[in-house]
Write a protein that binds this ligand. Sequence first.
Ligand code: LFR
Length: 463
Amino acid sequence: TTGPVFGAVDIGASGGRVMAGRVVDGRVELELVHRFGNQLDHRGDRLFWDFERIHRDVIDGLTRLAARHDHVVSLGIDTWAVDYGLLDADGALIGDPFAYRDDRTAAVIDDVHGKIDFAELYGIAGLQFLPFNTLYQLAAEQRGDRWARARTMLMLPDLLAYRLTGQRHAEATNASTTGLFDATTRDWSPVIIERLGLDGSLLPKVIPSGTVIGPLLPDVAARTGLPRTTVVTAVGSHDTASAVAGTPLRSPAAAYISSGTWSLVGVELEAPILTAESRLANFTNEGGVDGKVRYLRNAGGLWLLSECVREWERDGEPVDLGRLLGEAAEVSGPVALIDVDAEEFIAPDDMPRRIAAACERTGQPVPRTRAEFARTICESLATAYASIVRQAGELSGRSVETVHITGGGSQNALLCRLTEEACGLPVIAGPVEATAIGNVLVQARSHGALPGTLADLRRAIPR
Ligand code: LFR
């Protein structure tokens, strides 16, 4: 091929991929180069990510990318948020990263809020409370055996970038999910760091998305076959930041739902909202590409369904998801609703039983068939989407007129229809690959293949 190629490495909790992105006639075109699985790694009571396996899969993907394309100018990396690796004084990773669904933080949350109460935290970081936010994970680390050796904390995309380039940075969109980041200054918060008894030298310098991090290390170039001149460019390294950048929002009246393992529901703002009202509604002010604020709330996601499917497949045949959703659409009669945000659904395993228990506890008909479970999940997600969209509008003073659904959920016709009904607003579905598109958009601009503002970039989103 000719023309610059931008490699997008996009890794989620259940799988990753490497895509080749190009700008053709002013629009991004994506080609899937490598897809790999990812899953929680249960070790005793603890949940980890197998980082060396993820790293190998990234290298495999880049090797395939190099085999297909001569002109790979740049690579961008995004993953889920909040998780990190700790490096020792030699720059070596100290053990595997914990996975955010590990419940070890339950024991330290009160302690953290004793040092700096949640209202004060919110006033600085503007982050919704989630039990796995990085600051709670670090508080748990402080009591653990690897802490004494830790010299640097790198968020997972930054850790992968470090492996590829040898450079250590903290890309801002993902740093904004740690709880240690000031939503107003867009830098680490000295106040929070001091109050938690952390050493500021643990945290690398913050860089905005769009910054060129540096060229590949010679051995990475040799191993993958990529040109020595290929650089890694910081994109919205929090997957949700890339997803929102890759959503064709046309006006401030458009809300978005990035629907995958999680559902991230909200609007894009120019400045954070740090009021008590916003805090009580548990809305987050995460950092977006170009200094935008992703004003949103996490709602449960397709994780609920994928965990059910995993359970059903454990003692049976593979589940045909398309067929299951078709049957779910046909379910008639009352449908039980669950609170998709409840902490009881964060941990893995045994999901159908936990959903059934929640229905029973709330005096609702317990789903009997798989189709009924799927219907309960989709209907409950749509209900949550509608209420968060309404709240996002109220809290931000916007009157929301359209709702975009991107990611895997945009291909779930039942979910889209139920969301449209629940919101009473038109739903625009797609792109399914919003995250990889957002990743490529930012790289393409940094390397002169696309112009201008975020609004300009969004015109390059494929229809
Ligand atoms: C989505 C996501 C969410 C974040 C959750 C945990 O993939 O990044 O934005 O809250 O995963 O990191």
